[in-house]
Design a protein around this ligand. Structure first.
Ligand code: MG
Length: 384
């Protein structure tokens, strides 16, 4: 490669957006991205609904009041064994005694689930026998549905409870006859080879009021039972609604899958050392690939940036030569000429200092020392 001319540096610098790099703390053993890393993918765009509680653009609509959308569900109990079916009427789905559970045809995993439900104004029964139903998340953990607006019961069986695990923090129900809403954020337990990697959690809002906030699932609970953390747990399953013999109505049901956690291969947040190394290698390769489409100064800076994700000797050979040549050229400039190139001198000094601070290049890297001397000699390091 021919030495880059300073004219090229100036032209490249004008078009450059490299000031985004060498900014926040560099990737480390458990974080593949730098803090404030602009190489990180932008979050995908989602159009929110026009009204609060409506399905956003990326939601899977499970029931929208139509018979057609009821086609997303099946009765869990075979036809010959059930005495009735759930029915769609007036835009809602009604649990009918003897129909058994219904469940989605599709399988889901960690998700955000919105669902609305209501009871008739006056239901008979007390405690668990008044308006009992339930929303089952994939894998079978129940968020209780019950008319306990004015009907005390065991607290871990109240509406908004993770059934058998945790009562709702408060009772935020409306009076029976009105529609109630649940917004549920569900992270399933992750159990691998009999080892609980993550016991999972549930956040639940009842009518917009937080009643569960990242509540640990503690084995998942159930009727009269406490379950161990390390029991096998499926990665996917249907969403199900309970027929507990009471006429409960449901409407406006939609779901959004959540981004994967590190234990599921997600690459946001704190990762294992092995996952971090793998992801850093991938990002480093992408940054090097983008550098291949650049020239001169921009390419040098981009290759330097790539080194913070993954050290690559071929890339280092190229950018080391570019850095060395650049510094040699800076050394030959008069003070007046350096003033014109000040931005480039300081950008490169900043990049090299950053990489040294995070032990990505050697503390005694000679071009960095020489560049620092040039900048310091002109008083630029004191004038931040
Ligand atoms: Mg129930």
């Amino acid at each position: 490669m021919k030495p880059c001319s300073l004219t090229l540096f100036a032209a490249a610098c004008l078009a450059s957006s490299l000031d985004a790099a060498f900014y926040g703390a560099a990737p480390d053993a458990n974080h593949p991205w730098a803090v404030h890393d602009e190489n990180r993918p932008q979050p995908p765009r989602v159009e929110p609904a026009a009204v609060v509680g409506g399905a956003p653009s990326d939601a899977v609509v499970l029931f929208d009041g139509t018979e057609e959308s009821f086609g997303n569900w099946v009765h869990a109990r075979p036809e010959e064994k059930r005495k009735a079916d759930w029915v769609v009427q007036d835009g809602y789905l009604l649990a009918v005694r003897g129909a058994g559970y219904i469940q989605t045809k599709e399988q889901f995993s960690d998700c955000q689930l919105h669902i609305e439900w209501s009871h008739a104004q006056q239901l008979p029964g007390e405690g668990q026998k008044r308006g009992n139903s339930g929303v089952f998340l994939p894998g079978g953990i129940e968020v209780q549905v019950l008319d306990n607006f004015n009907n005390p019961t065991y607290p871990d069986g109240s509406a908004g409870a993770v059934y058998g695990v945790m009562p709702p923090a408060v009772n935020a129900l409306r009076a029976p006859g009105q529609w109630q809403s649940y917004d549920i954020i569900y992270r399933r337990p992750i159990v691998r080879d009999g080892v609980s990697l993550d016991e999972g959690s549930m956040t639940v809002l009842v009518n917009g009021v937080v009643v569960q906030d990242s509540t640990p699932l503690d084995g998942g609970g159930g009727h009269k039972k406490r379950k161990p953390l390390n029991q096998p747990y499926p990665d996917v399953g249907p969403v199900a609604l309970q027929d507990h013999g009471n006429p409960v109505r449901y409407r406006n049901i939609w779901l959004r899958p959540l981004r994967p956690r590190p234990a599921d291969g997600g690459t946001d947040g704190r990762l294992s050392a092995a996952a971090t190394t793998a992801k850093r290698a991938e990002i480093g390769a992408e940054v090097r690939a983008s550098a291949a489409n650049m020239q001169g100064w921009d390419q040098m800076m981009r290759l330097l940036e790539s080194q913070m994700y993954a050290s690559n000797s071929a890339a280092w050979d190229v950018c080391n030569r570019q850095v060395s040549e650049s510094v040699e050229q800076f050394k030959d400039l008069s003070t007046k000429e350096l003033e014109i190139q000040r931005q480039q001198v300081m950008d490169l000094h900043h990049a090299l200092s950053y990489l040294q601070r995070f032990d990505i290049i050697a503390a005694d890297y000679k071009p960095a020392k020489e560049l620092r001397e040039i900048a310091d000699g002109l008083g630029w390091l004191k004038q931040k």
